[in-house]
Design a protein around this ligand. Structure first.
Ligand code: MN
Length: 209
């Protein structure tokens, strides 16, 4: 674990202001973001979060933070399905490993599971005539990645919309790309409900505090 020093480049503090403002770290066991885990590269995590409404939080390491989207229906393996993904505040890198319970009454109160995790590849950066890095893809509202997760594999696209689904300027769509991992009936959200980190169910995580 490395603590940030003031002369370190790309400090995530600015990007994590919204994250920190919403949370009281004396009350929640979520990471404060003051420390970062060693050596993570192109990390992704999907956290199943049983808050007011059950949803799936997709997080992609971009620079020194986890860019984040709340996906109410979770990711699909069916390329015909478009699921709403609402961009939310950047989270600290250490959040990717967080599994546990946020106290009731705190922001996002409820159980959090590491539902899937792994690495991703940016597909746009290798495309001739494109070459967009992840920061640019995020700004342009077009992210094309390949996931190498425990459950999810292959291409996924995140496309910024103009107000679709009532989430206004933070509204994106998450789509499975057509490739060898596309499958209309695989649907891991339904058939693989447990943690990719601990193997636990939501109930078991909620009990183990
Ligand atoms: Mn959430």
């Amino acid at each position: 674990m490395v603590k940030y020093s003031h002369n370190q480049k790309n400090m995530p503090e600015q990007k994590l202001k919204k994250y920190a403002a919403k949370r009281d770290f004396k009350r929640t066991s979520e990471p404060s973001g003051k420390r970062r885990p060693a050596k993570m590269k192109n990390y992704f995590v999907i956290q199943k979060h049983d808050a007011t409404n059950l949803h799936y939080d997709l997080r992609l390491q971009i620079g020194n933070v986890l860019a984040s989207w709340a996906v109410p229906k979770g990711p699909s393996t069916d390329p015909k399905v478009k699921h709403l993904a609402i961009r939310v505040e950047d989270h600290p890198l250490a959040y990717g490993d967080f599994e546990g319970t946020i106290p009731a009454g705190e922001y996002g109160g409820g159980t959090v599971m590491v539902w899937d995790k792994g690495t991703y590849d940016n597909l746009r950066v290798a495309k001739p005539g494109d070459g967009a890095d992840m920061e640019k893809s995020l700004r342009q509202g077009l992210i094309e990645i390949r996931l190498n997760g425990k459950k999810l594999k292959g291409g996924y696209n995140l496309i910024k919309t103009k107000g679709f689904g009532g989430a206004g300027k933070n509204s994106w769509l998450l789509l499975k790309a057509k490739d060898e991992f596309a499958h209309a009936k695989m649907e891991p959200v339904k058939h693989q409900p447990n943690s990719a980190k601990s193997g636990k169910s939501m109930k078991q995580i909620a009990k183990s505090i």
